[in-house]
Design a protein around this ligand. Structure first.
Ligand SMILES: [Zn+2]
Length: 361
């Protein structure tokens, strides 16, 4: 297998898929799909697009991989969650145990600092057989409900946690996420300053508009949006406005474009619209990347945060994407729009890598 150009995917929920969907991600995508034929407990059964072999085949040699566990709140909660923070914490600890098992098996390697990042880059770029090369991952927490107390956040950092998004969908313990409104709670402001002190990256993805602006003014460390598209192209609070994207660019952030269909084109109805009926292709994905580049005036702030295993599969992705390996097509699509090879590399991996080098200096 030849080594494809490196792709840095800033958002995958690998452990959630392993531990809640019961997917052995070391297996082939065909086997994963075959095992799920006829199952209906999750919306994307038999349609998964992510496995470790497919990641390697597409050149995804480094990713940001999440811990994720929600707490159910009494108010509007669009996604089911645990009854207590202790349960959510325990769930994330189980997810960490899976990441460790994958490290022991030589499937994954955790990247914790600049030296580790350099090591993975050298390993990946010199690998003769990427199918036997571990995929590097940076540990991130999507939604902070599982952080029982500030000392738990310190413990998570010791376990390798390097980025954190305070909210997910609806209201959270610390912040308001997609679909909810309002700013940070007092606990949330305490969390922000703890994130600052621990030197973690703040992921502003999913934050309500109020929380977004509060975070940008009150938080002083590195900020990125790991999987976030453009409201100018797809109206709705899950996407960021041009004003928000410009503020992120000014802050030196990188914004990872996501591949979930309803964030790519307007009017998508889950379970009804199909990639074919919406004429959804990877060009729509490139539109979001290009929009960020146009706002920035360069190609230094756009990246990929595919979210391809975020509770959806190929029933809800571009028609010309079968598995995550098709991320390799992005380079050609960007080049066809006039992006120079160096800019293509920046978007495929360079921007997130340079961001981490600056954050971990
Ligand atoms: Zn998400």
């Amino acid at each position: 297998m030849s080594v494809r150009p490196l792709i840095f995917d800033a958002h995958l929920d690998l452990a959630m898929n392993a531990m809640e969907w019961n997917r052995d991600l070391t297996r082939s995508i065909l086997e994963l799909r075959a095992r799920e034929e006829g199952k209906t407990d999750k919306p994307d059964r038999a349609h998964g697009t992510v496995s470790l072999p497919e990641m390697r085949r597409g050149g995804v040699g480094i990713c940001v991989a999440t811990l994720i566990a929600r707490v159910e709140h009494n108010t509007y909660s669009p996604v089911a969650g645990w009854r207590s923070a202790a349960q959510a914490w325990a769930q994330t600890q189980g997810q960490i145990a899976w990441y460790r098992a994958m490290e022991e098996a030589g499937e994954l390697v955790q990247i914790r600092d600049a030296a580790g990042l350099e090591k993975q880059l050298a390993l990946w770029n010199s690998a003769e057989h990427v199918e036997r090369t571990p995929v590097g991952y940076i540990l991130s927490l999507e939604g902070a409900d599982s952080i029982v107390s500030m000392s738990h956040l310190g413990r998570a950092r010791e376990q390798g946690l390097r980025a954190i998004g305070p909210a997910h969908y609806g209201p959270g313990t610390y912040a308001n996420g997609t679909g909810a409104s309002g700013g940070f709670s007092a606990k949330g402001r305490e969390l922000l300053s703890k994130i600052d002190r621990l030197g973690l990256i703040l992921d502003v993805t999913h934050l309500s508009d109020e929380c977004f602006w509060e975070a940008l003014s009150g938080f002083h460390g590195p900020v990125w949006a790991s999987h976030q598209n453009c409201r100018a192209l797809v109206p709705g609070v899950r996407q960021f406005s041009d004003e928000q994207i410009k503020a992120l660019i000014e802050r030196g952030a990188v914004i990872g474009a996501a591949l979930d269909a309803w964030m790519l084109v307007p009017g998508w109805v889950r379970g009804k619209t199909t990639p074919q009926s919406a004429n959804l292709t990877l060009e729509n994905f490139v539109d979001h990347i290009d929009h960020v580049c146009q706002l920035a005036g360069d190609a230094r702030h756009a990246g990929i945060g595919s979210d391809l295993d975020g509770a959806f599969g190929c029933e809800q992705t571009p028609a010309d994407l079968n598995t995550i390996a098709d991320l390799a097509k992005i380079s050609g699509l960007l080049a066809a729009r006039g992006y120079k090879p160096n800019d293509v590399d920046c978007i495929a991996h360079g921007n997130f890598i340079n961001f981490l080098k600056r954050a971990w200096k």
